[in-house]
Design a protein around this ligand. Structure first.
Ligand SMILES: [Zn+2]
Length: 511
C-alpha cells in the first residue's frame, strides 16, 4: 500500500515554527518513505508495484503530526468512566477493582472494554498505548488473548504488561494494627497469584503476542509498584525486560502515603521507593517510573543517572488528589518525561489532548517564576519524543520522519482550534481537543477517516458494551458496597500520611 499526502504541512519538532510545508509526504508500506520534492516522483515510479495506492490532497489546510503516544494506561477500567467519586488513591483502589467473583470478566467483556478505549484513542489521534493491564483477580491466557485480540482488531499499536501485585496487602501499606477481623484477614491474605504462575503468564504473553501483527503489538513487563512485589519477582521481570529489550513499568511515589512507606513499612528501612529500587540494582534506562510526584532531590538524581523515563499523568494526579509532580525539577536534570491518561476511571476519558493541556497548565501554579513553567515545546516533546523513548523506540516512533513508522495523524487547520492560525505549538497544547483529527494512520494503515473507524463496527461494539456493562452494574455496586467495610482502615492510613512531615509538599492551595 502506498499513500501520497500532497500539499500538507508536516510537524517538525526541531523547526522554529514547529512545522514545514506545504509539501508532499509518501507512505510506503508501514514507513514514511519520503517528505518533500521526491515524494511524488517515488509515488509515480511505484505505481503498479506497491500494491493499492491513494492520493490525499491536503490543499494547504492539513497538518500531519506524529501519532500521539498514551504512555501510561490501564485498560481494565475502560468501562467505568465517571463511576467513582474522587478519593485518594489508596481509598479509590478499594472501589475501583474490588475482589469479587462476579466481577471477573469473560473474555468477551475483556475484549469489548479494551476496544472501548482503543476506539476513542484512535478517533482522537492516539496511535500507541502502553497498557499496564491489571487483570483481576489474576491474569489468565484467555483474558490476555482477549485484550491483545482487541488491540489486534482495532489497528492500534499497543505494548501490554501484566500489572499484578505479588505480595500480601499488609506488605504494601504502612505497618498498622486493626481490630477488625475482616480487615486483618484481607491484609494478611496471600496474593491471588504467585511469582511462578505470573511468570508463566508472561511466557504466554510474550510467546504468543510479542512482535505480532507485524510488530504492532508488543509485550512489556510491570511490577505495578516496588512495594507490591518481592525483590525476586522484580528481578525476574527486569531480566525479561533486558532479554527482550522491553519497558518495565513501575508506579513510584504517586501519593504521600507511598512516600511515608520509607519509615512506616519496615522492609524499606528508611529508603524511598526510588532508593530501594536503586539499591536492588533495578533502576534502569528500561524503566518507566510512573507518576514520581512525591520524589525528593535525591530520588530525582537517581532517576536521572539511571536514564529511566518518568510517565507524567497530571489529570489522574488531580482526580485522586495525589499532588503535582515537580516537572521543572525533572526537566532541570534532563529526565525524559512522557504523558499518560492513566485510566478511563480517573481521567475520565481516553482523550490524551486533555492531558496535554493539563501538563501545559498545572505547573504554572508552582510559583510566579514564569520562566520555569512548561513551554508548549516541552509539553509536545513529552508527548511525542518522550512517548517514543518510553517504548524504547526513539529510532522509529515519535516524529514524522523519513524511515520512521507511519503512525500519523492528519489535523484540519481549518478548524476552530487553529482558526485563525497564530502559533502551532501553542494551539496544539492549549486549543486542540481532538476535534481537529481528520485521519489516523497506524503502521501505514488508515484506521480512522471521515468520522469513522475503518477497522471494526464501532456502533455495534458500543451497543454491545452498553448492554454488557449495564448487566454488570449491580455486581459492581454490590462489590463496592462490600468494600465500604475496609474504608475506615484505609482512611486512617491516608489521614496519618497526610499529617506526616516528609520534607516536601506536592499539594497546591493548602496552607
Ligand atoms: Zn497507573
Amino acid at each position: 500500500m502506498s499513500v501520497l499526502f500532497t500539499d500538507v504541512f508536516v510537524y517538525d519538532g526541531d523547526h522554529p515554527a514547529g512545522m514545514v510545508g506545504p509539501t508532499d509526504l509518501l507512505v510506503l508500506g508501514n514507513r514514511v518513505a519520503s517528505i518533500g520534492a521526491d515524494a511524488r516522483r517515488l509515488f509515480d515510479e511505484g505505481l503498479g508495484q506497491d500494491g493499492p495506492h491513494r492520493v490525499i490532497d491536503g490543499r494547504a489546510q492539513k497538518l500531519i503530526v506524529p501519532g500521539l503516544v498514551n504512555a501510561h494506561f490501564h485498560s481494565p477500567a475502560n468501562h467505568l468512566k465517571g463511576s467513582l467519586r474522587s478519593l485518594p488513591l489508596e481509598m479509590f483502589m478499594l472501589f475501583e477493582s474490588p475482589s469479587d467473583e462476579q466481577l471477573v470478566p469473560t473474555p468477551r467483556e475483556a475484549y469489548v472494554r479494551t476496544m472501548l478505549a482503543a476506539l476513542e484513542m484512535l478517533r482522537t489521534g492516539v496511535t500507541t498505548v502502553q497498557d499496564d493491564a491489571f487483570l483481576m483477580p489474576f491474569p489468565t491466557s484467555e483474558i490476555i488473548d482477549a485484550v491483545m485480540q482487541a488491540y489486534a482488531d482495532s489497528g492500534m499499536r499497543a505494548s501490554v504488561a501484566l500489572d499484578q501485585p505479588e505480595v500480601r496487602e499488609a506488605d504494601k501499606l504502612p505497618l498498622s494494627q486493626t481490630a477488625d477481623p475482616h480487615v486483618r484477614a484481607a491484609l494478611s491474605a496471600s496474593p491471588p497469584m504467585g511469582a511462578a504462575a505470573l511468570l508463566d503468564m508472561y511466557d504466554h504473553l510474550i510467546s504468543r503476542w510479542h512482535g505480532s501483527e507485524g510488530g504492532r503489538l508488543t509485550a512489556a513487563v510491570s511490577v505495578s509498584a516496588p512495594q507490591r512485589v518481592s525483590p525476586e519477582y522484580f528481578a525476574a521481570l527486569d531480566d525479561l525486560s533486558r532479554v527482550y529489550r522491553i519497558p518495565l513499568f513501575a508506579h513510584m511515589l504517586e501519593t504521600k502515603l507511598q512516600r511515608t512507606l520509607a519509615t512506616t513499612q519496615p522492609r524499606f528501612a528508611g529508603r524511598s521507593l526510588v532508593e530501594y529500587t536503586a539499591d536492588l540494582g533495578l533502576l534502569s534506562e528500561r524503566m518507566n517510573v510512573i507518576h514520581a510526584v512525591w520524589v525528593d532531590d535525591h530520588d530525582l538524581d537517581l532517576i536521572a543517572s539511571s536514564g529511566a523515563i518518568v510517565a507524567h499523568n497530571p489529570v489522574s494526579n488531580l482526580r485522586l488528589g495525589s499532588g503535582v509532580a515537580p516537572f521543572r525539577k525533572l526537566k532541570d536534570r534532563g529526565i525524559t518525561t512522557c504523558l499518560g491518561i492513566d485510566e478511563a476511571i480517573c481521567d475520565d476519558s481516553c482523550n490524551l489532548w486533555g492531558v496535554v493541556k493539563m501538563a501545559g497548565l498545572i505547573h504554572n501554579v508552582s510559583g510566579l517564576e514564569s520562566d520555569e513553567w512548561p513551554s508548549p515545546h516541552e509539553v509536545l516533546d513529552s508527548l511525542w519524543v518522550g512517548g517514543a523513548a518510553a517504548l524504547l523506540r526513539s529510532d522509529e516512533l515519535g516524529a514524522v520522519r523519513e524511515g520512521f513508522l507511519a503512525d500519523l495523524v492528519v489535523l484540519d487547520l481549518h478548524s476552530r482550534a487553529f482558526t485563525p492560525f497564530n502559533d502551532l505549538r501553542g494551539q496544539l497544547v492549549y486549543c486542540e481537543s481532538g476535534n481537529s483529527v481528520e485521519l489516523t494512520m497506524v503502521d501505514g494503515r488508515i484506521v480512522f477517516e471521515d468520522g469513522a473507524i475503518s477497522t471494526v463496527d464501532e456502533s455495534a461494539l458500543l451497543d454491545e458494551a452498553r448492554d454488557l456493562f449495564a448487566r454488570k452494574r449491580p455486581a459492581v455496586e454490590r462489590a463496592r458496597h462490600d468494600a465500604e467495610a475496609f474504608l475506615p482502615h484505609y482512611k486512617g492510613l491516608v489521614h496519618d500520611a497526610a499529617l506526616a512531615d516528609v520534607g516536601m509538599n506536592r499539594w497546591v492551595g493548602s496552607a
